[in-house]
Ligand binder design. Sequence first.
Ligand code: ADP
Length: 364
Amino acid sequence: MEGIELSISKPDISKEQLRRANWMRFILPLVLFFIVLFYETREHILTKGEDVFDVNFTSEVLFFGIIGPSCVFLVISYVIALLRKQTDVAVELESLNKNLEKIVAERTATLAERNSELAEANLNLQKLDELKSDFVSLVSHELRGPLTSLNGGLELALQDAENMPLKSRRVLEVMAHESERLTQFVQTILDVSKLSAGKLNLNCGPVAVLPLLKRATDVVLMSEGRKVEWSVPGSLPPVWADETYLEKIFCNLVMNAEKYSPGDKPIEIAAEIVDNRLQITVADHGPGIPEGMQHQIFERFQRVERGDQIKTKGWGLGLYFAKTLVEAQRGKLSVKSPCRGNGDAPGAAFMVTIPLADEVPEDG
Ligand code: ADP
């Protein structure tokens, strides 16, 4: 296996060495015994002329010739037993080691196989995703043309609305409204698919935020007559952003505030510098967003389940789009709800934080 080496070393004792040590434990005591016998015989019998059965001779031969060599025999036997045990354990370890290496090699091969299967599946998924994005863009592009003609035609027809019967006028107005909604939907789908495919080009530069905010608010609330409470300092430094998409982000937040809060309550827009960044807050007096949903609403097709879903039409794409766009401009989009102490209408406050133009390096 690459990278992992399992090694438990076996002691350097061969079987031959053990066999020799085995012989030594008999031979060494015998040699010792004969040496003792030789010296005692020379000392007691040859020099002093003592008898073979003399107590001195017999006891010294017994003591030095038997007990000494016996101790040597026992010690060598003990050492040999220890060495045998060590060799057995090492042999067992070596076989375990081999088994382990085999298992590791098998598992590694299985893992490598799974890895390549996963890589292949991933590649297929990426291809499918690309196909899906291409298909979505194609359909959206194809829809945009007829929708533009439809919108133009309806607008033209509505110019003459005063001369029409009331019922026909209402039908035309509803058609114009729905056609406009469909156009926006197609545009959002196109933008989202471009953004996911990394094909949405941002054109960043210094942007004055206040006129942009006012324009977004006017566009969204034009026909609604909704009150807006502004809390913005006299002058604001420019931010580093893409003007078109920053306006879209603000439009989205103001549109949500308008959609999800009662019409008789104002929408509050504030701007302030926080930690060298510009923070824009769009707050409302609506039902707010349950804590458990505050992360999800920024994901694709996520909507808060409420009884009034039919009244508030949508696709759950706006906040996903806004957040991804803000982050692509080095900013942050977050939500705070409840944003006030009113139990009936806790409200939601969406905060966009964008870097100031002079805080971004030239290549940014
Ligand atoms: P859409 O509004 O098209 O459904 P969004 O992505 O803009 O999609 O919003 C996702 C969901 O977050 C909405 O469906 C709504 O349930 C909730 N939401 C967004 N803004 C607000 C708000 N200001 N107050 C209450 N709920 C909100």
